[in-house]
Design a protein around this ligand. Structure first.
Ligand code: 15L
Length: 273
């Protein structure tokens, strides 16, 4: 898979920029694209084309000859339905159609918000039920299911990275469970690109955090294990909580609390969960 170029959508975003630097340094030939200009110097062996993920023809052209599509484009936070549907559903379809035509593998930046309404007391395996915590998380769940469909029906390989919180450092108590260091992210995506075979895989995108809520996944298929941990930030962050009971109860945190309007269920209600 490696000798063919790698298309990276969302290249101008925070994670896209990290991946660009790290993967170019590994000698991969990168085709970068984003709706926003690329803010950094373009590394050797890479090219940048400004394009809208909603433009299917542009995505087909950009993917020509590629062996892997790293799909990090689209809306990356909770937004109203009408803002999410174009980039995150239609754009995703364009990526999968391009992958099908090229026989390419898709590496999809999914999110913990696809399962955000699981309680923090639960420990989840990657085959747990989707419990999206908003329109953004719902689109990520749809993206993972799109991968399921394209593998079953067309043999398009795909790795779905259920990313926790990928930032330079964890910034609150929740991220002691969800943090994914940039270095771990870059190694993870490199392994997704280089692995011989993946089939349809789902991998938790988190560093080696002892407070994790997540367990079994398909990382064995790609030979990846995180090297960093949020544990070293515990002293400074343990008490840094939001104060919002909905945010603190569920894994998706503040995304769960946005527009939350459910009445508190009584503990005797058999449908309480
Ligand atoms: C995400 O999916 C977002 O892209 C990111 O901005 C964070 O909010 C992260 O989840 C998180 O849950 O911390």
């Amino acid at each position: 898979m490696t000798t063919r170029p790698v298309l990276l959508t969302g290249a101008s975003g925070a994670l896209g920029r990290q991946l660009t630097r790290a993967l170019a340094a590994e000698g991969l030939t990168l085709r970068l694209t984003d709706i926003a200009p690329f803010p950094d110097p373009i590394p050797e062996g890479a090219s940048f084309t400004r394009a809208d993920i909603e433009d299917g023809v542009a995505i087909l052209r950009l993917a020509e000859g590629c062996g892997t599509i790293l799909h990090f484009g689209g809306v990356s936070v909770e937004r109203p339905f009408e803002e999410v549907i174009g980039p995150n559903i239609r754009g995703l379809y364009h990526v999968y159609e391009a992958a099908r035509r090229e026989g390419a593998r898709v590496v999809f930046a999914s999110s913990n918000h696809a399962i955000g309404f699981h309680e923090r007391e639960e420990t989840l395996d990657a085959d747990c039920q989707f419990r999206p915590d908003g329109y953004y998380g719902l689109a990520k769940a749809y993206g993972e299911l799109m991968g399921r469909l394209y593998w079953d029906k067309h043999g398009v390989e795909n790795v779905n990275l259920r990313i926790g919180s990928s930032f330079p450092e964890p910034i609150d108590a929740r991220m002691l469970s969800t943090w994914l260091s940039y270095a771990d992210l870059c190694r993870l995506v490199l392994r997704c690109t280089l692995a011989e075979r993946t089939g349809h895989a789902v991998i938790w995108g988190a560093s080696d955090n002892s407070r994790t809520w997540w367990r079994r996944d398909h990382r064995g298929r790609i030979g990846w294990a995180p090297a960093d941990t949020a544990d070293v930030f515990a002293g400074q962050l343990a008490g840094k909580v939001s104060g919002n009971p909905v945010a603190e109860r569920y894994q998706g945190g503040g995304f769960c609390a946005m527009e939350y309007s459910r009445k508190a269920p009584s503990p005797s209600d058999p449908l309480a969960d």
